[in-house]
Design a protein around this ligand. Structure first.
Ligand code: G6P
Length: 613
């Protein structure tokens, strides 16, 4: 949801800011802009559309500056036009601001400021910030921000500059993330760590209510009330290469292929095969609370919500604990029955999804034990959790989540096994057997990924399909949902995921020879049931694409039609089959989208981190 970059130092600010924005484009890409200062002159350039439009305009008519700010936008208020693109400025043209978030009382503030003579030229909520700061300005941008921001309701990560305060940025946070990158004689501000990994791995993570004054040689952080606070620098383990495409055509494809590695890394060091135990000391104080859990509530959005559905299955099966799954966006708009004895597990790649965070806080305030499964150390979610289980997927840049999903499945599998041992539901021997199956998974994933050619040619035969039905049962029902979501997100084809047993209660009416039906039929307890569903589709002339452990058997005999296809994945314990069945679905979505000429890494209307409600 919008990417922010700021720079103070002596180098070419435009190039540095553009480079940072390019690495943040996954956060929003409908318009972009920069404002830089050189020799006391402030210049601004903005463009509608992707960042490359702004870059082209800057290449045609370069701007000079050795400090400044930039923004890539995901529109909330006002169309993605050049006029509405950030940075926004005040009436004097001396103050500019970039912002990520929503100012909820912007209409009220705008009316007040307009009555006082301020001229508004955009439809954005952000513009009020520039005028509000202007109205409070008495020679210090930092003090103006500290006076203005308490009047603002809503969420924001913002960076301001004033033309006449050289080499100074003021950054403030209330909600969306903001980090300060520390380098020799220069400082950066950004929405996210990957934007700056080429320059530094040392960061200050701003917290809610912080106002930071950033200069090339120092950063001062104060609260809105003016009290000095210390934010200690943290060294991050991610390196710049992880946030590059590494020879792949798209980030999504690279991330699909990184999954065996990320699953291995997320498993590493967290169990003892010898003892048949899962070791989750990192849960810290939350570890003790797990013992008293009578129920688990899993909260998430999007792909992470599908991981939560798999988690429910695993926790109930392996630990015998009731588990419920809720959308972050739904949970807090009813009266959730959570309290002491409930462990609330929020699952989020970014750790900054507004709906997940809000639901998490609600559960926490009702006395539930808050635990996070998250891919970003130091994110809002991990900071608010009593204990966190980090996934080690590395930076995920493609908007459609892939490697973060399978890493979340690992964390959930470990949590379920751990709970199973704690509650005496699993003996060490049983736990060991599950763990040793789990350790085979990365290798099996590698094998599954080698079958990409078949999927590429299948995608070639689907160019006319506009609707798809995905069916799965048991632990693979969430994978049907995830397969359909992947396809929708990046190819814009309509796809619906359904529990296969429910097909007869409605979706079966959709079946004809134009509707590809993707059926998840790996070996396991529900294989026969899936066969019946496949038969039902075939009986109505439907076209079936099955994901199965082998091409033979009854399924092979059933699917002999020239249009049908079986995509095989290696056989494994049914509980862990989602790790494998999801792979052909990710690749299918990728290749269908590619054929359709879609922008795989930056699908229309979406953003990677949704930091607004
Ligand atoms: C957005 C992304 C999805 C992601 C969801 C939840 O919608 O496009 O890929 O699954 O947010 O994000 P989170 O960071 O909380 O996992």
């Amino acid at each position: 949801m919008c990417g922010i970059v700021g720079y103070v130092g002596g180098r070419d600010a435009v190039a540095l800011i553009l480079d940072g924005l390019r690495r943040l484009e996954y956060r929003g890409y409908d318009s972009a802009g920069v404002a830089v200062v050189s020799g006391g002159s402030l210049q601004r350039r903005r463009a509608a559309g992707k960042l490359e439009r702004l870059a082209a305009s800057l290449a045609d008519e370069p701007l000079d500056g050795d400090w400044g700010i930039g923004h890539t936008r995901w529109a909330t208020h006002g169309q993605p036009t050049e006029e509405n693109a950030h940075p926004h400025q005040d009436c004097t043209g001396r103050i500019v601001v970039v912002h990520n978030g929503i100012i909820e009382n912007h209409l009220e503030l705008k009316a007040r400021l307009a009555a006082a003579g301020h001229r508004f030229v955009t439809q954005t909520d952000t513009e009020v910030l520039a005028h509000l700061i202007e109205s409070e300005y008495e020679g210090s941008l930092e003090q103006a921000a500290a006076r203005a921001l308490p009047m603002v309701r809503g969420v924001y990560a913002l960076v301001l500059l004033h033309r006449d305060e050289p080499q100074t940025l003021v950054a403030a946070r209330m909600g969306p993330p903001l980090v300060v990158g520390l380098s020799d004689g220069e400082r950066f501000v950004a929405s996210d760590v990957p934007a700056l990994l080429h320059h530094t791995r040392d960061f200050l993570f701003l917290e809610d209510g912080d106002v930071a004054t950033v200069r090339p040689d120092r950063v001062e952080v104060r609260t809105l009330a003016g009290a000095t606070v210390t934010r200690s620098p943290q060294h991050v383990a991610w390196d710049a290469v992880q946030a590059e495409k590494g020879g792949y055509r798209h980030f999504m494809l690279k991330e699909i292929h990184e999954q065996p590695r990320s699953v291995r890394d997320t498993l590493a060091g967290r169990f003892s095969l010898e003892d048949g135990e899962v070791l989750l000391e990192e849960l810290g104080p939350a570890a003790a609370g797990l013992l008293e859990a009578s129920r688990i509530v899993l909260l998430a959005c999007g792909t992470s919500w599908h991981a939560a559905l798999v988690g429910k299955f695993l926790i109930e099966e392996l630990a015998g604990l009731p588990a419920e799954v809720d959308y972050g966006s739904e949970f807090r708009y009813r009266t959730p029955l959570v309290g002491p004895g409930t462990v609330v597990v929020a699952i989020s790649q970014s750790g900054e999804t507004a709906d997940t965070l809000a639901a998490f806080r609600e559960a926490k305030s009702r006395g539930a034990l808050p635990v996070a499964i998250c891919n970003v150390r130091g994110s809002m979610l991990t900071r608010e959790a009593e204990g966190s289980l980090l996934t080690h997927a590395g930076p995920e840049i493609g908007v459609a989540s892939t490697k973060a999903f399978t890493a979340q499945l690992v964390a959930l599998a470990l949590l379920a096994l751990h709970l199973g041992r704690l509650r005496g539901r699993l003996s060490p021997e049983k736990c060991r057997a599950h763990l040793s199956e789990l350790t085979r998974i990365p290798h099996l994933m590698e094998q599954a990924l080698h079958r990409e050619d078949a999927i590429e040619s299948l995608a070639g035969s689907l160019t006319r399909a506009t609707d798809y039905l995905y069916l799965g049962r048991g632990v693979n029902y969430p994978i049907a949902l995830e397969g359909a979501l992947k396809l929708k997100e990046i190819s814009y084809a309509h796809a619906e995921g359904y529990p296969a047993g429910e097909m007869k209660h409605g979706p079966i009416a959709l079946v004809d020879d134009t509707l590809p039906v993707v059926a998840l039929c790996p070996d396991g307890g529900v294989y026969e049931k899936m066969l019946s569903n496949v038969q039902e589709v075939k009986a109505r002339g439907g076209r079936v694409i099955a994901v199965a452990s082998s091409e033979g058997g009854e399924l092979g005999a059933l699917l002999q039609g020239s249009d049908d296809m079986i995509l095989t994945v290696p056989s494994c314990a049914e509980l862990w089959s989602p790790f494998l069945t999801v792979l052909p679905l990710q690749m299918l979505a990728y290749h269908v989208a590619l054929r359709a000429g879609r922008d795989v890494d930056q699908p229309r209307n979406l953003a990677k981190s949704v930091t607004v409600e």
